[in-house]
Design a protein around this ligand. Structure first.
Ligand code: 13P
Length: 247
């Protein structure tokens, strides 16, 4: 089995102003100058912070992700941001299909497939999020839901630089974390899907997200096929982000 280097990604969602973001990065860079880290560190700030943060993070190990993108390349799409604009601003990754995009903004598996195509086309790396709701878990259809999300959005996926994030909706921002066993089982299921579907399925990092925090990160990261974490609330504070990353 391939050993993937683990990824700790902070999704700031619609939080932090520019000065707060720059202060955050300063704390990270100071800590990283004292201690080497084998894990990959990603920050996903709001679009407006990408360019200045890219300057602040230049020549460091911190890389940037956008939280969303348009499926269109350019044109009359007021309020949308294309992948080439995100690339221009310094993003190397794009989160696609976060549950907040699916549930609040109604993004479908088909739309997400188009976004994945746009991201790969621009040479950026997608972090494709999947996950079931509480109701779906209680009905015993969690595996089926996640497999459908993967099947429908990855049907035409080309290029091998995919990252998948398993984020059970019921664990996001609720303080309710999937148990390490829940995460292990679903990650194994996702790995099986990826292996069957792609020759490079073993190379895809699978991140866990949903109330990950300093107190549970090490145990989650110790599970087989948990190749990193996508952190929301606990990534809004540099000290807690560093603790999760093991710095
Ligand atoms: P929380 O860590 O706040 O639960 O959010 C997880 C998430 O949605 C990361 O994308």
């Amino acid at each position: 089995m391939t050993t993937l280097s683990q990824i700790i990604a902070g999704n700031w969602k619609m939080n932090l102003t520019l000065s707060q973001g720059l202060d955050f990065v300063d704390v990270l860079l100071a800590a990283l100058s004292e201690k080497k880290i084998s894990r990959k560190l990603l920050l996903a700030p709001n679009f407006t912070l990408l360019a200045p943060l890219a300057v602040a993070c230049r020549d460091s190990v911190i890389e940037l992700a956008a939280q969303n993108c348009s499926d269109h390349e350019s044109g009359a799409f007021t309020g949308e941001t294309s992948v080439s604009m995100l690339k221009d601003a310094g993003a190397a990754y794009v989160i696609v299909g976060h549950s907040e995009r699916r549930h609040i903004f109604g993004e479908s598996n088909a739309l997400l497939a188009a976004k994945l195509g746009a991201v790969v086309g621009a040479g950026l790396r997608p972090i494709f999020c999947v996950g079931e709701t509480l109701e779906q878990r209680q009905q015993g259809v969690a595996d089926e839901v996640v497999t459908r999300q993967l099947t429908e959005s990855l049907a035409d996926f080309s290029g091998s630089r995919l990252i998948v994030a398993y984020e059970p909706v019921w664990a996001i921002g609720t303080g309710e974390t999937a148990t390490p066993e829940d995460a292990r089982l679903m990650h194994a299921e996702i790995r099986r899907f990826l292996r069957t579907r792609f020759t490079w399925g073993d190379e895809v990092p699978i991140l866990y997200g949903g109330s990950a925090k300093p107190g549970n990160a090490a145990e989650l990261l110790a599970q087989p096929e948990v190749n990193g974490l996508l952190v929301g609330g606990a990534a809004l504070n540099p000290e807690s982000f560093l603790e999760i990353a093991g710095v």
